[in-house]
Structure formats: structure tokens, C-alpha cells
Design a protein. Sequence first.
Length: 283
Amino acid sequence: MEINNFKALLSLLKDPDHDTFRAIADSLTLDIPTLEELWRQADDDLALSRLDWLIRLARFNKLEKALDEWHRNGAMDIIEGAWLLATFQYPDLSFTEIDDTIENMVKEVWLELQDDMTLSETVDTLNRIIFVDNGLRADTQNMALQDNIFINDVLRTKKGSRSGLAIIYLGVAQKLELPVFATPLPIGMFLSWINDDVLGNNIEFYIDPFNGGKIIDETVMMNYIERHNIYYVPELLFPSSNDVAIEMLLYELVSAYHKAGLESQVEDICQLIQKFQERQYQE
């Protein structure tokens, strides 16, 4: 954009008439770098606050479109979905950095897996690499924090919520082509290991990432449900898609942002949840 156009737009952004600003906002098709350059040149509090809002709106629209594309492409990579969600808080976050860290875990597990391993031995190997060698652990003191949900924060601090840890475990397992799926409960995400050779209920067992990847059975899952007064329907314990896993993170973010008093972020995340639900209804 030419400097004269910059100055003209900055002048309009300073206009105290809200209708004028709304007309500008509705007509703008500027990319985020251009808006950020406008922000750097602004010297008026009103213009700065409006540009803050426009940049936030542009980033949100970009994220919304990216998540929609991820869904339309089959939501195959749970790590990509988790990275996209983390860009809500960290817009410049590199996917390569996140993916490389996960791929290193995948390689560590792959080097130790043997064809004659039992399922429990395979899970033990996953658990040792993820929770012992890489040091990931449950944060039992501050579960309702954004830092325990966003994948980059969990990898950085080595601490996570039940769902924050589950996403990383799920990503490693899926990259190894192991039959592991999300099984979200209202208290957080568990994982299920399925057996495609069995008709009907083909869940071999469940995995609790918040408890070091402990293998648990349906009885234990039912105990969780009863203890937390969760309304039970059989589908609650079924394996779920990667879409549903990311939606679970969104619900946890609503709780975390609300607890932190960040209501504008709560509104944005609720919009993303609504989009996820609309896609499910359309299928």
C-alpha cells in the first residue's frame, strides 16, 4: 500500500464516528502484515485500539478458515489441528517446530517397537518415551490454564491437562499408525485402543494420559462417569474423530479463559465451537 493510502486510512481510523469506522472495517480486505504496519504507524489511541481489534478479527478469520480446510481435508493430522488451535494465542507459532518435536518422539518409539510385542508392551513403550524420557506429566494443580492446553506450551513446560497430554499421545500413536482414538469425557480426554478384527464393541482398552498412560477398562471408565455425575449414553465411550478431539480442547479453553476473566477470548472460542458443531450437523 502506498504511503498516501496509509495516511488516508489512518486518518479514517481516527474518526470518532463509530459508523464511519464500521464502514471502514466492513470494506477492508487488508492482510495481517498490512494491518500490523498500519498499527506501527498509528499515533492515536483510538486508531491503535481499532487496529488492535481489526488485527484480532483478521487473525480469527484466518484461523477459522484454516480449521475449516483442515476438516475438509479429513482432519487426518491431529498435531496440525492442535497447532492451528494454538495459533489463536500464538499467531506466529511455527508448525515445523511443533511437528519436529512430535516426530522425534515418534522415532524414539519406532526404534523400540518389535513385531512380537503384546499390546500392553507397546503401550508401555509409548508411556516410557512420552512420560519418562521426554518428561511430560500431568499438572494436577492448575488444570484450567491455557498453558496446559495449547500444544506448544505443553511441550515447553512438560506439563498438561488431561486433554493437552492426550493430544500429544494421540499424535505420536497415529503417526505410528497405531489404532488409537480420542474418547472425550466432560472431565477431559481419554484414549481408546481399538481392534478392527472384532465386530461390535471393538475397544480393546482405554488409556489415561493423565495417569502416565495407564491402561484401564470399561469398568474404570464407568466409575469415572458415576463419580463425576456424568449423564451416561453408550456413545460416550466410543472412539471419536480428530475433529471431536480438537473440539474438546476448545471447550477446555472456554473454561480456562473464563477463569482468567478473558471474556473476549471466550466469545471467539465459542464461535469456533459453533462452527465445529455446524459441520457435524451437516454430515
